[in-house]
Structure formats: structure tokens, C-alpha cells
Write a protein of this length. Sequence first.
Length: 339
Amino acid sequence: MSDSSIVTIERFILEQERLHPEATGDFTNLLYDIALAAKVISGYVRRAGLVDVLGAFGQENVQGEQQQKLDVIANETVKQAIGFTGRVCVMASEEEGDPVPVPRERNPGKYVLLYDPLDGSSNIDVNVSIGTIFSIHKRVSPDGGPGTLDDCLQAGSQQIAAGYIIYGSSTVLVYTVRQGVHMFTLDPTIGEFRLLNHNIQTPPIGRFYSVNESYYQRWTDGYRRVVQQFKGVEDPAERKNARYIGSLVADFHRNLLAGGIYYYPADKKDPRYTNGKLRLCYEGAPLAFITEQAGGTSSDGSKNLLDLKPESLHQRTPMFLGNRNLVEKAEEFIKKYDL
Ligand code: FBP
């Protein structure tokens, strides 16, 4: 790449496509569509408070959470930008109970898109970074017809691409198509995502640990020992710095670039979260895919998140994401004290 300053995401994706002579352009265009949806959502987020996009929408989603107006706007934006292009056969969203079908007259395509339209929605009204997370698979159902639930319930290891957009001090898009992790910033002066960094590797030494410690009393012994490990209780040399924004994409992004571990344990007291709070299909699996490509790893406490085959669309899972040595250390404690 000669002059990274003018490398737009379009040019970068096209150059990656050239590495695949068999490519039809559908996948390339699907990534463009996602970048377009990100620009539209970023426009709303940037004007939050100036236009009527703050606050609750007034209905609950399938997770039992109060939907925020921006949740609904972001969800509709992705559906509009991607649902009618003939590149996907089915979509699945955190905000929709069932898979979102692509009508037959729209020539359902060969890809499957799973997404969390607006992650960290509890932070919208307080101007804390929020994000969109996406995961792309190839369909497993017969070509030509509408996609199915089975298309959406594939193991994370089957992903062909994953990424996220973070709406923070700037709008940043990070993605991988199994060829390294690449980062782009939206340049508001030209409305283009411009390459900032490619083939990102997470630093070998993790600096941060990110977990909501207010749930400590609701954790099993193994999880408690994990946080004591990162506080350096046993060995001060192992101490890490605590950082928790409460917005998965923001916490994940920091730890990806600076090194660290993000985790969200199972909760032995709250029946909703006995298997964790965060969702496997459109939160855990895509971020695990990026982490793996950046030299880190993921776990549900004993297995790599990428090896988990989902049984349901909104299935939750305990989640560890970050530096390999930190995630493996956490698994050791879970194995020793909980399993
Ligand atoms: P959604 O907003 O997509 O439901 O995401 C869940 C989330 O907000 C994550 O972004 C965040 O890491 C976590 O929940 C915060 O949960 P808690 O407040 O329990 O720490």
C-alpha cells in the first residue's frame, strides 16, 4: 500500500478482492453496504440531542430490554442498506426475535448477515461510545431460495468476515475477512472511511482487564479468582489496570489496540444471565473472530467461542476476549475452581 492517506475502504476492499480471482464482487459490495449503513448511523449518533433520536422507543425487544430510539433507527438502517441488494439471503438482528427474511422477488443472495445494530445502548443518552457489530457467513441452505434459521446458526469458525463500527471521538470501522484486521476512520470532510491501520496485532503484553466487578457477589469461585489474579492479589507482578466503559465495542476496541482482556461472566443469581448476558451469534463470535486474527483468543470459560455451534439465535454465553495468555489464565481458574 503506497500512500495510506488516500486509501479508502472501497480501494482497500477492491485490492483484497484482487487476491481472489474467483470473486464475483458480491462480497465486496456487501462490505460497501455495511460501510454505507455505518455512515448513516454515524450521522444520527453525531446529531444525537439535536435531532429526536435520544431516549426510549417505548417497546421491549426480544432480549426483554427497553429499545432505545437509536436501536430501532440503526436496525432499520442496516435492513434498508443490506436487505434489498440481492447479496444476502437472510439477516439476524439483536433487535428482531426471528431471522429477517429476504423476499424471494429480491433474489436472495449467498451471504448471511448477523448483527447487533447498536451495542451499548444504555450509554447512548450519556454520550459514551457505542457501536455496531456484524458477522458474515456463507449460506448453507440451497441457493436461490430465502435463507433459513440454519443459515444463522453456524459456528463462529465458519464466519467469512466480521467487524464492528465504534461511534466515539471519531467513527472507526474495524473488520477482518480472514486476512488480518484492518481499521478505517470516517473522514467527515469527505464522507469516506480512510485506512488508518492494517494487519493489526494486539500487543503481546495485556495492560487492561475489563469486567463489571459490581457483580462480584454473583460470581462463582473461579470467576472471583480470575479478577483477583488481574488485581495482582496473589502476585503483584500480575496486576493489570482496570478499565470498564460498559460498552462492549468500546472496551473491546481499547483492549484490541492496547492489549488486555474483556470478560462478561455467567451470573449464578440472575436467572436471565446464568449463561452470561452477551449474545454468541452477533457479539461473541464476530469479536472472537477479530481477536483470533489479531493474535489473541476467546473462551466461554472452557471452549473457544469460535467452536461453539449456536442452538438459538439470541443464545447468551460467558465471554472472555483478549490476549491469549490472559484468557488461558482465566480458563485455568474456571477449570480448577468451577468445573
Ligand atoms: P447491548 O446494548 O447490545 O444490549 O449490549 C450489551 C452491553 O451494553 C454491552 O455493550 C456492555 O459491555 C454490557 O452490556 C454492559 O453490561 P453491564 O451494565 O451489566 O455491565
